[in-house]
Design a protein around this ligand. Structure first.
Ligand SMILES: *[C@@H]1O[C@H](CO)[C@@H](O)[C@H](O)[C@H]1NC(C)=O
Ligand SMILES: *[C@@H]1O[C@H](CO)[C@@H](O)[C@H](O)[C@H]1NC(C)=O
Ligand SMILES: *[C@@H]1O[C@H](CO)[C@@H](O)[C@H](O)[C@H]1NC(C)=O
Ligand SMILES: *[C@@H]1O[C@H](CO)[C@@H](O)[C@H](O)[C@H]1NC(C)=O
Ligand SMILES: *[C@@H]1O[C@H](CO)[C@@H](O)[C@H](O)[C@H]1NC(C)=O
Ligand SMILES: *[C@@H]1O[C@H](CO)[C@@H](O)[C@H](O)[C@H]1NC(C)=O
Length: 349
């Protein structure tokens, strides 16, 4: 009953849902509060955990350990306009997922969210044993006490890249062989975008293969849309959404070229959230279009806009690279991504 009341109190809109109705997520007729509309407020109770008690945190997200001294960025809580976001209840979360497997599929931004979640869960019960292992491209984090598993499967493009006999690497827009890795999961959170921007040495393919043709390159939004459509078809035809809940992490905004910040330092030295944001992310529109066309319900974790305010939340020179490799793409932990997980937790009902 309590959780029913809680749910009623965070009434969700069907604004962010595609395919079938939101009822699939929480059995309720829902309409009013858009959790993704709101603002950041200073809160002394934040952050949600002490990153130094998260022993498995990756260096690249561990900003305090890497020397960051300003701490206000840790103190901001997301306040939706029309309702409150419930505080994170790790025990409830673990109970809800008892005997289940949750998997993040995507790039290092997925890794960022997966690690935030595992830190949040560990910090809430530091005595609970955990097992962390890696099999191929999958990291598996298990809490035996709750019999829950949180997996991270690295797959930046979702579709395949294959190497031919002559060594050429081919991005196969119409082929997706990894579905077997994820289709049996209980909760899935996908993400893909940042790698589509890579050119030159960072681009991990030489040719693009489409249904009937092979070419060198095309506008990246076009490639992105084709790949997402391949993914969408596989989800529509192979995932049983009576068992599996599916989320797509919205585009995580970087602050590499941010009109809200003057000068050329990008996110460097920014210690407070931005007061306003402008602009439309075209890739977000592509993603929304694909999700809208699907038959199965996929919930968009619409974190783009709320994260856009948080130029202060990136590792900047306190990531893995110091001044040589300013990071305005990933997010410090603790930090902004913890809020994405609060939203995920609320939406799981
Ligand atoms: C995502 O949130 C932004 C800001 O609140 C909003 O403008 C946009 O329409 C939302 N997208 C969807 C698909 O609801
Ligand atoms: C975080 O934990 C470390 C090590 O236990 C401790 O020294 C530090 O004071 C803690 N920080 C906060 C803000 O509680
Ligand atoms: C733990 O969960 C797995 C599914 O992830 C299930 O197969 C297994 O039976 C569960 N074990 C116990 C002891 O409940
Ligand atoms: C690929 O070629 C087949 C046979 O020529 C054709 O029927 C199909 O429409 C083509 N598909 C695309 C996406 O161009
Ligand atoms: C989606 O549903 C429509 C109408 O039921 C059907 O024609 C189409 O084949 C379905 N698409 C997929 C990928 O399952
Ligand atoms: C974020 O949302 C606000 C309010 O809806 C809007 O004014 C702003 O343009 C949006 N920013 C981006 C980057 O979408």
């Amino acid at each position: 009953m309590f959780s029913l009341l809680l749910l009623l109190s965070i009434l969700l809109s069907n604004y962010n849902v595609y395919g079938k109705l939101i009822n699939d997520f929480n059995q309720l007729e829902i309409n009013s509060c858009d959790l993704f509309k709101g603002n950041w407020v200073y809160d002394d109770d934040y952050p949600l955990y002490n990153s130094s008690i998260c022993p498995f945190i990756e260096k690249q997200f561990d900003c305090l350990k890497n020397g960051r001294v300003d701490k206000d960025y840790l103190k901001y809580r997301w306040q939706p306009k029309e309702c409150n976001l419930p505080r994170f209840d790790a025990t409830e979360f673990q109970k809800k997922l008892k005997g289940k497997q949750m998997m993040f599929v995507g790039d290092s931004i997925s890794l960022n969210q997966w690690q935030s979640l595992t830190c949040m869960l560990h910090a809430a019960d530091p005595q609970a044993k955990y097992i962390s292992k890696r099999i191929g491209g999958t990291s598996i984090f298990t809490f035996p006490k709750y019999n829950t598993s949180y997996l991270m499967y690295r797959n930046a493009f979702l579709v395949d890249i294959k190497t031919e006999n002559n060594g050429a690497r081919v991005l196969e827009l119409d082929s997706l062989s990894s579905a077997a890795q994820w289709k049996e999961m209980d909760v899935l959170i996908f993400d893909s975008w940042h790698w589509w921007l890579h050119t030159g040495r960072k681009q991990p393919w030489d040719f693009v293969q489409d249904v009937n043709s092979t070419y060198k390159d095309a506008p990246r939004l076009t490639l992105y849309e084709k790949a997402l459509n391949t993914w969408a078809k596989r989800v529509d035809s192979e995932v049983d959404t009576t068992k599996t809940k599916i989320f797509f992490q919205g585009i995580s905004p970087d602050h590499d070229n941010n009109p809200g910040i003057s000068g050329s330092n990008r996110c460097q030295g920014v210690t407070q959230p931005l007061k306003s944001t402008i602009g439309v992310h075209e890739e977000e529109l592509v993603l929304e279009k694909v999700l809208k066309g699907m038959n199965k319900s996929v919930y968009l974790l619409n974190i783009t806009n709320l994260s856009q305010y948080r130029a202060d939340g990136h590792p900047s020179v306190f990531g893995h690279g110091g001044h040589r490799d300013l990071d305005c793409t990933h997010w410090c932990l603790a930090g902004v991504v913890d809020t994405w997980n609060l939203l995920l937790s609320a939406l799981l009902g």
